[in-house]
Each structure stands twice: as structure tokens, then as C-alpha cells.
Design a protein around this ligand. Sequence first.
Ligand code: CTP
Ligand code: MG
Length: 185
Amino acid sequence: MIDVIILAIWLMLPAYIANPAAALLGGGKPIDLGKNFSDNKRILGDGKTIRGFVLGSLCGAIVGLLQIWLAPYIAPYLAAYVSGDMLMHASYIALFTMPVGALLGDMVKSFFKRRLGFERGAMMPVADQLDFVAGAWALTLLLDWSWFFANFTLWIVVTVVIITPILHLATNIIGFKIGKKDVPW
Ligand code: CTP
Ligand code: MG
């Protein structure tokens, strides 16, 4: 089981990095430019900023690049769990679609959160934890279908859906403790 978990984290890493990177580096102008939707509530809210989106995507993509470059050196240490071949199934398209898709998914979630009347930062279980997984997979399926199916077996998909909320909660609790998040979710 540990082998599936390691591979799932490896594959998801560029998407996983995008969210905390946006939280650490975000701020400034909101993507919706402060504008309201037709229901007189904010389109996305102050929690979705241009800087967070750009720098979060960039950090995720840089991690993806590092994974491609470092895979041959890391593979021997993980050889007991994952074949090096699996770690080197990289894609220059996916290292971009995973983090960008993740933050687009996060934005789409915020749009619906605002429509449902949730304030910025309010907790919305399941959606808050899996929004970026859905976004990352959707954009990757759209632009690099073959890479997705070569790597995301049913077991990897199931594992990601189970471990992501746990990892997400853990990072958010850390973010809260170091004062980078207002709420621990
Ligand atoms: N963030 C950002 N830009 C983004 C995404 C996130 O600046 N595109 C930063 C914001 O400071 C945000 C924090 O990361 O407050 C945490 O992100 P998230 O939990 O997704 O946003 P919330 O503030 O909870 O807003 P929402 O209710 O819309 O999800
Ligand atoms: Mg939130």
C-alpha cells in the first residue's frame, strides 16, 4: 500500500504545492478585481488573488520540473517501493496543467461558495479538500490525456481521493499555526 501512496504523492506533487504556495505568496489584487456578481455578492472574493494564482502555479510547475530532472537521482532511494520507470513517466504539459488546473479548480469552488452564501474562508467540507484535485485532473485530461491514463490507475485515483483531505488538513493546520492562514482548514 505504501508504494501506491508514494506514487500518488509523487504524481500529485505539482498540484499539491500550488495551494500552499498561493497561500504563502498570494495577496494584492483579487482576480475578480473586487467586483460583485449579479447576486450582489463577490464573484470570487478576496481569497483568490492574481499573485497567488500566478506564483502558486509557477511554484507547482518548478517542482514538476525538479521532479523530472531529479527523478534519476531520487529513484534509487524509492526503489523498494516504486520502479524508477514510474517516477520518470514525466510530462512537460502535465507539470503545467496540474498546478494551473489545481488553482483554477480552487477558483471555480470559490465562485460556487460565494453563490451559496459562504463567506471568504468559510469551511465547505469535501469541496475545500478536493476542488484542486478535480481541477488538476480536469485540465490534465483536457490537455494531456495520454499521460493521465498512463499514470492514474484506478488505485492511484482512489488513493489520491483518500489521502488528499488528510494532507490538506495537515498543511492547513501548519499554515494556521505559523499565522499564514486565518482558519485551520
Ligand atoms: N490565495 C491567493 N490566491 C489564490 C488562492 C489562494 O492569494 N488564487 C491565498 C489567499 O490568501 C487565501 C489563501 O491563499 O486566503 C488560502 O486559500 P483558500 O483556502 O483557497 O481561500 P479562502 O480564503 O478559504 O477563500 P474561499 O472561501 O474562497 O475558498
Ligand atoms: Mg479556504
